[in-house]
Design a protein around this ligand. Structure first.
Ligand code: RRO
Length: 332
């Protein structure tokens, strides 16, 4: 099975990317894995000013996955431009890089994009509107507030011609609303989903397992949530979708593709085994060969095509035919 995908006017050598927050800015994982075997990476979220992050422990495992509250630790937009993007430009030329952007106000997102936009080495921005661990805005991330979401995405759209992905939260009551709001505001693609707010308590200490208290749940526990989010949003918008949450095998990735994602991102599995993304890429290829699929794009949205009454929800006519028939669902 051929794995290449063309989206946002760019060639992805395969549909497997590393998710934001799981590979730093690439350099941090360079010793343990060859990122050039992947379709691309999304950087750690970049804020306007440097952030030290939350108190340790920042991650904890539990039986169904992992919980984290890293607290947006990053060097800040100016240092990222000066110290991180040149490395990315020099080492990751053959893969696609999105810079993840996070802020407390719409103005901060715009300022970060202004600082980074004319630097070299990356394809586009992933607007992180769904961090569960940033309490400065209160408990409501932008992704759960369609008006605030619109303000951020419209503002960034007016500043850059680069592709803009919007990363949504899994706990929206109806994900089609933020998805449509992002599309109308000028997003080029949607990333589904960020981690799910959760809490793990240590029964012996009677305290939270994480230094910050609550956090974001990822790993196997998140997979069915993420696949459903992609499935739901595939029926609400024609934008290309990037599926993320609990992918640890080629067949996990296939679920996301069948639900309507054109690309997938991996995170938690890479903490357990840094080479997981490369393995998933290989397993995806084997799956296609075994199943007689010539090109990965044939799988995209396959579960919504209604063969054998598979699709539970009606598929509205707003889904472009190209979403499941061609490798370039964006420009097609
Ligand atoms: O840094 C974090 O604690 C974090 C972020 Br920005 C995010 O978007 N999702 C997450 O699970 N953790």
């Amino acid at each position: 099975m051929k794995l290449d995908q063309t989206l946002f006017g760019a060639a992805f050598r395969n549909p497997v990317l590393l998710a934001a927050g799981t590979c730093g800015f690439g350099e941090e994982v360079w010793e343990v894995m060859d990122l050039r075997t992947l379709g691309g990476i999304v950087t750690k979220s970049v804020t306007l000013e440097p952030r030290a992050g939350n108190p340790a422990p920042r991650v904890a495992e539990f039986r169904a996955g992992m919980i984290n509250s890293v607290g947006l630790a990053n060097p800040g937009a100016r240092a990222v431009r000066r110290d991180k993007l040149p490395w990315i430009r020099d080492h990751l030329r053959s893969i696609q890089v999105f810079v993840s952007v996070a802020g407390h106000t719409p103005a901060e997102y715009l300022e970060i994009v202004r600082i980074l936009d004319d630097a070299d080495g990356f394809l586009g921005f992933e607007l992180n509107l769904s961090c569960p661990n940033d309490t400065r805005r209160g408990s409501l991330p932008f992704a759960l507030d369609p008006q605030a979401l619109t303000q951020v995405v419209e503002g960034v759209r007016s500043l850059t011609s680069r592709p803009i992905l919007v990363k949504l939260a899994p706990n929206a009551p109806d994900l089609s609303l933020p998805a449509r709001a992002a599309e109308e505001a000028g997003a080029d693609g949607l990333t589904l989903v960020n981690t799910l707010p959760g809490l793990v308590l240590d029964p012996r200490t009677r305290r939270p397992a994480l230094g910050a208290g609550a956090g974001g749940v990822s790993g196997p526990a998140l997979r069915a949530v993420g696949v459903h989010a992609v499935w739901r949003v595939r029926q609400a918008t024609g934008l290309p979708l990037l599926g993320v949450g609990g992918i640890a095998s080629g067949e996990d990735a296939v679920q996301y593709l069948l639900a309507g994602a054109s690309l997938v991102q991996m995170g938690t599995a890479s903490f357990w085994d840094p080479r997981s993304a490369e393995r998933v890429r290989n397993e995806l290829e084997h799956f296609g060969r075994r199943e007689g699929v010539a090109h990965v794009s044939e799988l995209v949205g396959g579960a919504l095509l209604g063969s054998g009454g598979v699709a539970a929800d009606p598929v509205p006519s707003s889904i472009p035919a190209t979403a499941s028939t061609g490798p370039d669902v964006h420009d097609g």
